[in-house]
Ligand binder design. Structure first.
Ligand code: URA
Length: 437
């Protein structure tokens, strides 16, 4: 087999066999197939798509590029959570310790920022000393001891996804339904959990822009999970405006800590509790989704999730004092307030533009080798539905480099639509597709 023939085959719209897909995936993981061949293959998939059998074969090959964690002898049910990516999406930072405090064992492998969306691993690295690179053995030992861990992709687990994810990020090939499905599911299966919850983000700031494509992606991931013997629920949640107020790594960690301590934004808390309810139900720790939501809300209220987050930070070498001493997180040297140009009610906030504004300040990557600036980002002052007066701040930019203010301010001003009518309350959950149904 030759990679060039398989690229041409997919480019021309033919179906690849599982052996052909495996040849490409294993060859790329071993470094025998270079980026300059994998990139056009991914682009061919982006344009031509994959049928369900090809998507399943791709997922299996990516799983087989590494090992699978064995969590079966942990003393309780195992669960995992993943988001398809959003702007200001710090849900995992709150949800993982929360469900762990409710008895679910979670070994979670997360990604870095992808295009305009943030990544949990970059966010966690804003915590001084926090180690995201644990070995497989360290990961399992930590989960056994304290109940949860969040780590970056290791060379042991789904390494093909690690390499392909980084390449897709800089080759405009993220927004492909089968590539997202196989990326997410390969990571989740390799991490060994029996119960998997996926938050499929929908809207301007998400990779799935409309409900129909989000449902298609959700169905595909549930089917892949079922074939591999896992219980999977996909929840569809909106990403029209950012979740919470903070966008940018350290700013989001701060907001997540506030949520863990009972002071976070309403939309974030509501989304976290809804998702936790789903996952506790999926894992058999709750009798119904609403029972799961109540358990989660109680654990948050009682501060149990905050304690668990601190344990996780310290187990991974981080400075647990950040929970009470937020100033220990990286701070941007400059703040730049953006005033409203007119008055009225906020009708919409384009999450994509806010994500791009944060990126333009240095919160995301443009090339594989770029480092992110953990301190910079955007803190919104208003959300959809809120009243705003002329010249009142709509957001603050957290900045290192003055020269970047102009572009970020332009994007942010464009992202806000202010109008006459009070906007209605929006749903935090738009739908669900589950292997339990
Ligand atoms: N999240 C992932 O893990 N993979 C993707 O491809 C997109 C979002």
């Amino acid at each position: 087999m030759r990679a060039v023939d398989l690229i041409a085959k997919k480019r021309d719209g033919s179906v690849l066999s599982p052996e052909e897909i495996d040849f490409l995936v294993q060859g790329y993981t071993r470094g025998e197939i270079p980026d300059y061949q994998m990139a056009p293959f991914l682009l061919a998939v982006y344009f031509q798509g994959l049928n369900d059998e090809e998507a399943f074969a791709l997922t299996q090959s990516m799983i087989q590029s590494g090992q699978i964690l064995d969590l079966d002898d942990l003393p309780g049910p195992t669960g995992d959570k993943h988001s398809t990516g959003g702007v200001g999406d710090k849900v995992s930072l709150v949800l993982v310790p929360l469900v762990s405090a409710c008895g679910l064992y979670v070994a979670k492998m997360s990604g870095r920022g992808l295009e305009h969306t943030g990544g949990t691993i970059d966010k966690l690295e804003a915590i001084p000393g926090f180690r995201t690179a644990l070995s497989k053995e360290e990961l399992v030992a930590q989960v056994r001891k304290i109940g949860c861990a969040i780590v970056a992709q290791t060379p042991d687990l789904a390494p093909a996804d690690g390499k392909m994810y980084a390449l897709r990020d800089v080759t405009a090939t993220v927004e492909s339904l089968p590539l997202i499905a196989s990326s997410v599911m390969s990571k989740k299966i390799a991490c060994g959990a029996q119960n998997i919850l996926i938050d499929v983000k929908v809207g301007r700031g998400a990779f799935m822009k409309d409900l129909e494509s989000a449902q298609k992606l959700a169905r595909l991931m549930v089917e892949i999970g079922k074939k591999l013997g896992r219980r999977v629920t996909c929840v569809l949640s909106p990403m029209d405006q950012p979740l919470g107020y903070a966008v940018g790594n350290a700013l989001e960690v701060k907001e997540a800590i506030q949520a863990l301590c009972g002071e976070g934004p309403k939309d974030l808390i509501e989304t976290v509790c809804d998702l936790a309810g789903e996952l506790l139900y999926l894992g058999g720790l709750a009798n119904s989704i609403s029972d799961g939501v109540s358990q989660a809300a109680a654990a948050l209220r009682q501060g149990l999730a905050a304690v668990k987050f601190q344990q996780m930070i310290e187990a991974q070498g981080g400075d647990g004092r950040v929970l009470t001493e937020l100033w220990r997180l990286p701070q941007a040297p400059l703040r730049w307030v953006i005033p409203a140009r007119n008055c009225g009610f906020v009708q919409s906030i384009d999450a994509l533009k806010v994500g791009l504004a944060a990126m333009s300040l240095g919160a995301g990557r443009e090339r594989i080798e770029d480092a992110v600036d953990l301190s910079v980002g955007v803190l919104l002052a208003k959300k959809v539905g809120e009243r705003v007066e002329m010249e009142e701040p709509i957001a603050t930019l957290y900045v290192r480099n003055r020269e970047r203010i102009g572009e970020a301010q332009r994007l942010l001003e464009e992202s806000f639509v202010i109008g006459e009518k009070p906007a209605e309350k929006r749903l935090q959950i738009l739908g669900r597709i589950s292997s339990l149904d």
